[in-house]
Design a protein around this ligand. Structure first.
Ligand SMILES: Nc1ncnc2c1ncn2[C@@H]1O[C@H](COP(=O)(O)OP(=O)(O)O)[C@@H](O)[C@H]1O
Ligand SMILES: [Mg+2]
Length: 299
């Protein structure tokens, strides 16, 4: 590993305001040896599709051959529940990892989907900020925990880590951004879609300046699109105008199968592979891999 952030910890949690700015595609650091690509799925708004995207993009990436770890960093634990991980199966959770009480590999458990693992969360995580808020390495807990995830016993060979963030720009989300190569932002196709985006981009800029200089925005995924609704079309047009190439071509439709699947503890691709929601997440996975190839070719 070339990054040793824990040797030079920041003194302040980087949440001070900075000039709003869209982060350009950074030339990505090449994936060296065993390091997976880390994508943080972040938006401080709740209900925009972060968890749904973590579960279903993770499943779609696994379906096309990637080895994926979902790190559930939301105390609500919806990604864990949506993947059928019962509370009693969460013996070691992301709280234990972030609190420095267990290595990440102890929290990693398989899901019913081949090649898809999860590090589950519990409500304990909601107390984390109070507990570690004064520690010097508080913003680098996740980054440190993901270092060397692939080098150990048992041997993992993750190619992607997807971090499901809580609906807040708190220390947990800052940890995700400090650990990530790139951020994936779900935006719901609704009237206030862009509200809050500049605050999110400001935070990304701040993290870039203080904690993680190679961080970039991977892309914006429009979710819950309803073609019968003029507003949805207007939102897509506005977001594309504002964010340009950053917006993925794939738009995730509003689809009842997507919302039903979590109550069965299944990704939609397992619940109903043929529905439009599953097809959309498969297209998104393909697009993301294509974008990754372009980024790596440009290095
Ligand atoms: N494309 C979609 N179609 C229909 N329902 C969706 C879709 N995406 C998400 N949902 C539903 O919307 C709600 C919020 O989504 P979720 O992924 O939990 O958001 P977040 O993690 O950002 O809070 C959930 O009930 C989820 O099942
Ligand atoms: Mg969520």
């Amino acid at each position: 590993m070339t990054d040793t952030p824990d040797s030079n910890p920041p003194n302040e949690t980087p949440l001070a305001p900075a000039a709003p700015q869209v982060v350009p595609f950074a030339k990505q650091a090449r994936v060296d040896g065993g390091r997976p690509r880390v994508l943080a799925i972040a938006n401080q708004k709740g209900g925009v599709g972060k968890t749904t995207t973590a579960i279903n993009l993770g499943t779609a990436l696994a379906a096309i051959g990637e080895h994926v770890l979902i790190v559930d960093l939301d105390p609500q634990g919806n990604a864990s529940t949506g993947l059928g991980i019962e509370r009693k199966a969460r013996r070691t959770s992301t709280y234990d990892v972030m609190a420095g009480q267990a290595p990440m590999r102890d929290a990693v458990i398989p899901t019913a989907v081949p090649k898809l693992h999860i590090a589950p969360s519990t409500m304990d995580l909601s107390g984390l900020e109070l507990e570690i808020g004064q520690e010097k390495d508080r913003a680098y807990r996740l980054r440190t925990a993901l270092n060397n995830i692939n080098n150990g016993t048992p041997a993992f060979d993750f190619t992607y880590v997807l971090v499901d963030c809580p609906p807040s720009l708190n220390l947990i989300t800052v940890n995700a951004m400090a650990a990530a190569d790139s951020i994936l932002v779900p935006l719901q196709c609704e009237f206030f879609a862009l509200e809050g985006l500049s605050q999110l981009l400001k935070t990304v800029e701040e993290v870039k300046k203080t904690l993680n200089p190679t961080l970039s925005i991977h892309g914006i995924v429009l979710t819950m699109y309803d073609s019968r609704n003029n507003l949805s079309n207007q939102v897509v047009a506005d977001v594309r105008q504002f964010m340009g190439r950053k917006v993925y071509d794939t738009v995730i439709p509003r689809n009842v199968r997507i919302s039903e699947a979590p109550s069965y503890g299944k990704p939609v691709l397992v619940y109903d592979l043929k529905c439009v929601g599953s097809e959309a997440y498969l297209r998104l996975a393909t697009e993301i891999i294509q974008r990754e190839k372009e980024l790596l070719a440009a290095v």
